[in-house]
Write a protein that binds this ligand. Structure first.
Ligand SMILES: C[S@@+](CC[C@H](N)C(=O)[O-])C[C@H]1O[C@@H](n2cnc3c(N)ncnc32)[C@H](O)[C@@H]1O
Length: 208
């Protein structure tokens, strides 16, 4: 039977067809166009260095984890988690499951044990409906969870990079982060679509 596409998925397909970053990702054998967002942020703010330990939330299909492990090298660790599957990346420990479930949350914490985590990054995004009153609170819930994991695992002076949709609750979230981190920056990488509400908050220098 022929698969029917909804109006929004047809719009998404058309936009992706034209998208320069999608083409570039394909040409360069990258797992997704999200690679360019992280690259942009890393070029500006130098997120990664050799030997660091990283948690990657909402990691599938894996372009951020792959980007990070290439710089971190063998002496560092990456723990990645996504509700979807992700094909393996050497050096990356992947956990499949819904981060909103207590069981997955605990599995991540168990895996970390006493490791010092230097960076928690979250590119998690809910399934987008296009309705702000639904999408924004869902995005905030995911971002708050990323913050909670950061609070529990980051070493003093560590970094949190978290995607969130701008809208109701955004400023409160930003203020909350300001209590726990000395520096807060809002990043809108080139590959992030102009019409999209997504921004990345880069919170550095965790006060613990
Ligand atoms: C934009 S994609 C991430 C792309 C990824 N950073 C990359 O570079 O390939 C957002 C991801 O968030 C994941 N996600 C959304 N809600 C989640 C949840 N509750 N638990 C785990 N992952 C979730 C989705 O499955 C999706 O793969």
């Amino acid at each position: 039977m022929k698969k029917k596409h909804s109006y929004s998925s047809i719009r998404w397909l058309k936009r992706n067809f034209k998208d320069h970053f999608v083409k570039s990702a394909r040409l360069n054998n990258l797992r997704s166009r999200a690679w360019f967002k992280l690259h942009d942020i890393h070029l500006k703010y130098c997120l990664f260095y050799r030997g660091m330990n990283v948690i990657d939330l909402g990691s599938a299909p894996g372009s951020w984890s792959k980007y990070a492990i290439n710089i971190i090298g063998r002496n560092g660790h990456i723990i990645s988690c996504d509700i979807n599957t992700m094909s393996p990346i050497p050096g990356v420990y992947f956990l499949q499951g819904n981060i909103l479930k207590e069981e997955i949350f605990s599995k991540i914490l168990n895996r970390i044990k006493n490791k010092k985590i230097h960076l928690v990054m979250s590119d998690m995004s809910p399934n987008i409906t296009g309705i702000p009153s639904i999408d924004i609170p869902k995005s905030l819930t995911l971002a708050k969870l990323a913050m909670k994991i950061a609070m529990l695992t980051l070493y003093q002076k560590g970094t949190l990079l978290v995607k969130v949709f701008q809208g109701l609750g955004f400023l409160d979230f930003l203020n909350k982060l300001g209590f726990f981190f000395n520096t807060i920056k809002i990043c809108k990488p080139n590959a992030s679509r102009n019409h999209s509400r997504e921004v990345f908050i880069l919170a550095r220098d965790f006060k613990k």
